[in-house]
Write a protein that binds this ligand. Structure first.
Ligand SMILES: Nc1ncnc2c1ncn2[C@@H]1O[C@H](COP(=O)(O)OP(=O)(O)O)[C@@H](O)[C@H]1O
Ligand SMILES: [Mg+2]
Length: 338
């Protein structure tokens, strides 16, 4: 098949997306497809050297990137025109965060009748909104950490927040990669934590801190894959622990009883279905000391480097990376409605 892998883009997670996208390109090519890797920030810029150091090829200075963001955002139109001109059969979305994950590119591709991998525009935009996701999880009997939505960094009710108890977690409503998140141990820190969270989102959440383990469940199609336990060096699974080699340990499959494993897998699948996800996603949980799962969020475009969590979980079932991405492409082709 003729597949375009969409990578890069303009979000804060651009670098991770390039790594995911190049790994996906190699794997799809190994699976026998005709693959073109396109950096969406630069329209129809094709990346031909999939083994190149990402910093060398496409990393722009942060300052330059920020000042050109609007122009770079608009280049997505050229990407779409390129896909049409080249008669691409499928767009494999390897973007993370921003327009790649919040449903905007999915809506654009829908309008242009281009088949793409991963969740629809609606499921993607709900998945990007932690507050709305949590409301839907509760409706489907999926437990979540008690929370409060905060709409302004100036106007909030500290007493209501404090009812959650300490420590509590303050985070942006629609960021990823643990950016802008603070664990607050005392009242004095609430204000600065909110100021930080609002740098990344128009809405923030204050959430009860759930002690225990960090676990994640990947979904492929309608199947929950083996549970992974993450042991981050820093206690919470922050940006460094997520992306720096050796900063986290992963236990695949997690050493949990059959019942707890089953419960996590069932809750993960329910969360995926509650948001209307398709093809694949990864559902993050905190598992309390009493082994009770609390769903944090669904990642509709989880990391997809060969060593990321979804590929790790698939591998535990004997599904190698090329087969994994090939299956995702096949699901996209089967689902297409134009
Ligand atoms: N309520 C919570 N209790 C304990 N840890 C939390 C809680 N919320 C977030 N965390 C920690 O922060 C990380 C990121 O939070 P998450 O809600 O998944 O946002 P992101 O979209 O940034 O991944 C989690 O993986 C976990 O380590
Ligand atoms: Mg998360």
């Amino acid at each position: 098949m003729k597949i375009a892998v969409l990578l890069g883009g303009t979000s804060a997670e651009r670098d991770v997306s390039v790594v995911s996208g190049l790994a996906i390109s190699k794997a799809l090519s190994e699976a026998g497809h005709e693959v073109t890797a396109v950096d969406c920030a630069f329209g129809d810029k094709i990346i031909t050297n999939w083994d190149a150091d990402i910093n060398e090829i496409i990393h722009l200075e942060h300052s330059d990137f920020e000042s050109r963001k609007q122009e770079l955002d608009r280049n997505i139109i050229q990407t779409v025109q390129f896909l049409i001109a080249q008669n691409m059969e499928v767009a494999f979305i390897a973007l993370h965060g921003g327009y790649g994950e919040n449903g905007q590119i999915q809506a654009l591709l829908d309008m242009m009748k281009i088949t793409y991998t991963g969740s629809t525009a609606l499921a993607s935009s709900i998945g990007m909104n932690k507050h709305i996701s949590k409301i839907l999880f509760q409706k489907h009997q999926i437990d979540v950490a008690p929370w409060i939505k905060i709409d302004s960094p100036q106007d909030y009710n500290i007493h209501e927040i404090e009812k959650l108890g300490y420590p509590l977690v303050i985070k942006p409503n629609d960021q990823g990669s643990t950016v802008g998140l603070t664990i607050v141990e005392e009242p004095d820190r609430i204000n600065s934590a909110l100021q930080l969270a609002f740098q990344f989102s128009d809405t923030a959440l204050a959430e009860q801190f759930i002690p225990g383990k960090e676990v994640t469940v990947s979904i492929l199609g309608e199947q929950a894959l083996p549970v992974i336990e993450i042991i981050p060096e820093h206690g919470i699974y922050d940006y460094e622990c997520k992306y720096q080699k050796g900063k986290s340990k992963y236990i695949v499959p997690a050493e949990l009883t059959k019942q707890v494993t089953h419960k996590l897998q069932q809750q993960a699948l329910k969360a995926y279905q509650a948001l209307g996800c398709r093809h694949y996603a990864r559902v993050d949980f905190r598992l309390s000391p009493k082994n009770h799962p609390f769903c944090l969020e669904v990642n509709t475009l989880p990391g997809m480097t060969a060593t990321s969590l979804v590929p790790k979980a698939a591998k535990a079932l004997g599904i190698e990376f090329p087969e994994l991405v090939d299956r995702i492409v096949k699901m996209a082709i089967e689902n297409k409605n134009f």
